[in-house]
Design a protein around this ligand. Structure first.
Ligand SMILES: Nc1ncnc2c1ncn2[C@@H]1O[C@H](COP(=O)(O)OP(=O)(O)OP(=O)(O)O)[C@@H](O)[C@H]1O
Ligand SMILES: [Mg+2]
Length: 230
């Protein structure tokens, strides 16, 4: 088993935190000592707090989330507004400390992989620096082929290992041909396994979903064992 995974997405508000929390809770259930990290948060620190809760760790929030920027914007823009520049070494140090403390780390990105975190740096550079494989969270419906292929291709340009793809937020009542054909089509286009299709579930659409439910629901819809790194 590698030492961790970086959860990214084809965009913002795509389900990265929910899926990362589900993986943390599932690994926890099978006895893995799992740690979590949200290196950069903008707007609020809710994701870091939720991940900490999902993994049931007592690591300091300042270690889980070493960089917090007030405005809910891309980090490079939010940092400029505060006259700050994101210090990668601060993230690397927190990451190294958490790696010491835990057997497996789940790291949630910020937005998608081409989001700027400094004038000369994108999220994809941070992933390279941390040397983690990625799990891509994408939407289930029309438009996802384009976003997913762009994300996969971009990651591959940086030699990042792609461990799997999860399609999130499927609405069975309105699902049509796109939803039915997307999983197979994405695997064909990218060569990366689609390890799960997660339906929209009202109980998850809340800032603090019940952990047991989250673990069961994600276990039911995601074949975690298909992740090429576990
Ligand atoms: N399968 C689902 N069913 C119902 N609600 C969901 C589901 N997945 C995510 N949500 C909800 O959608 C919203 C966005 O999800 P989430 O916060 O996980 O996205 P994100 O990609 O982490 O966003 P950000 O880019 O802000 O970090 C949240 O309110 C979450 O509770
Ligand atoms: Mg999030």
């Amino acid at each position: 088993m590698t030492q961790g995974i970086f959860i990214t997405g084809t965009g913002t508000e795509i389900g990265k935190t929910v899926i990362a929390g589900g993986l943390a809770a599932s690994l926890k259930q099978v006895g893995t000592d799992v740690g979590v990290m949200k290196p950069i948060s903008t707007g609020d620190t809710a994701d870091a707090a939720f991940l900490k809760h999902a993994a049931q760790v007592d690591d300091e929030l300042s270690l889980i989330n070493p960089i917090y920027l007030r405005n809910p914007l891309a980090p490079a823009v939010a940092a400029r507004m505060e006259d700050r520049e994101i210090d990668l070494s601060c993230i690397e140090n927190a990451f190294a400390e958490l790696q010491q403390r835990h057997d497996f780390l789940i790291v949630e990105g910020v937005g998608g992989i081409a989001v700027p975190i400094r004038d000369d740096l994108l999220v994809v550079h941070l992933i390279s620096q941390l040397q983690l494989p990625i799990l891509i969270v994408a939407t289930a419906g029309l438009g996802t082929l384009n976003h997913t292929l762009l994300t996969v291709t971009f990651a591959q340009q940086f030699n990042i290992q792609i461990a799997g793809i999860v399609l999130n937020g499927l609405r069975p009542e309105s699902a049509g041909l796109a939803e039915a054909t997307n999983p197979v089509e994405i695997e064909k286009l990218t060569g990366v396994p689609v390890i799960g299709v997660v339906p929209y579930e009202k109980q998850l659409d809340t800032p603090s979903p019940d952990l047991k439910f989250l673990a069961e629901f994600t276990n039911q819809h995601i074949a975690w064992r298909q992740l090429e790194i576990l």
